[in-house]
Design a protein around this ligand. Sequence first.
Ligand SMILES: [Zn+2]
Length: 480
Amino acid sequence: MEYETVIGLEVHAELSTESKLFCGCANRFGAPPNSLVCPVCLGLPGVLPVVNRKAVEYIVLVGLAVGGEIASYSKFDRKNYFYPDMPKNFQISQYDLPLCDGGTVRIELDGLKKDIRLKRVHLEEDTGKSVHGGTIDSSDFTLEDYNRAGVPLMEIVSEPDMRSPAEAHAYMEELHRLLRWLGVSDCKMEEGSLRCDANISVRSKGETALGVKTEIKNMNSFRSVEAALACEEKRQIEILENGGEVLQETRGWNEDRCITFLMRSKEEVQEYRYFPEPDLVPIRVEPEKIESIRAGLPELPFDRQARYMEQYNLEADTAKALVQSRYFSDFFDRCILTYKEARAVVNWLLGDVSKFLNENNIELEKTGVTPQSLVEMIRLIDDGKLSGKIAKEILPEMMKSGEPPAAIAQKMGLSQESDESRILEWVLEALRESPDAVAEYRRGKEKALGFIVGQVMKKSRGQANPGIVNKLIKQELDKS
Ligand SMILES: [Zn+2]
């Protein structure tokens, strides 16, 4: 029997607002435990939450970017459950009236584009964090850090539109790029600011009804989303093949052992006893407000990718690599404002610049290179003041120190030598020392020229302008 996998994802992203969702505490990762708390986010009796305007605007911005419908009337609800990381014993979330309905996220996998529909995008507060002494099942104690309690969290719920773990992976990467592009979340999976739960079921191919689904939690990297889903897909198919029944349950993902394991049989939504949050007024986003946020929407990655292909005649893969992040792409655009040869800029950005970023595991915005300094470097090459080879040595220094290329070249003693009389000395020396190559060249072997050029470059420690070197060697050989 052939099977089809059906996957829907619930993605949580912490919004990068200055303060928390309902109080003035700072929204910051990595502070000492329980140093960013107040009576509101600790849920002490008698306090009143006040909603963070920026958090609502961020949801509207994302909603508009995915083409969703922004609710004209929205409200918060209490989701009631008990867990020690949640001081109030309820979470303020949105139930039946989310801020945004619908929308789509376009993914691209193996060159094929596919639109994943969204159910909704809503706003809620994050919980605190439980810290166990060792692993959760062997620890003698658990500590609670409430710095994260009340941090604004965006929940993006997709329709069950994905058909493979690879599509789920592509969807996560696309959301990651989009949310960072819009500047609403830093999406650091390793710090928990982007998290993902997945619903997955399998059914026989051609069947239209959905199979029984399980929910997978604890996937904290793109790779683990794909690995966990592949593992769960296999587990469910094996159960069905053996005539068994998949049970609706919540399962965890053990990264080290590469297995999913039972956490709890799935609770029904009624068990949360949702009811409207009485301490917060409903939200009405005025049409003018929506329009002003829409006007501030940047050009989105897919549109920009298409524009690059059209405008600069770039291949799809190249254009896609340029829009990997908004900063990277804006960097390219700013270079092109002053230097029209797109291809040269592309080659440096996707070549040596990216190599440096990968090797140092750093983002472009954290380096010292600017569009101005990169363009200056390319111009120095064009003018023959820097060889491509020397530029490759200078670039990492530019990225580390932020100094302009000419200054680095001088400091490192790497400026290109273009003084003809100086180069002629090296050429004559090289010709004297390479009688065999000279003879071969005279017999018509053009290749021998390359050897002589190499000798001159060696003598000049790579600094001689290769164009002038070639010209002078030919000139000397033709003379005699
Ligand atoms: Zn607080």
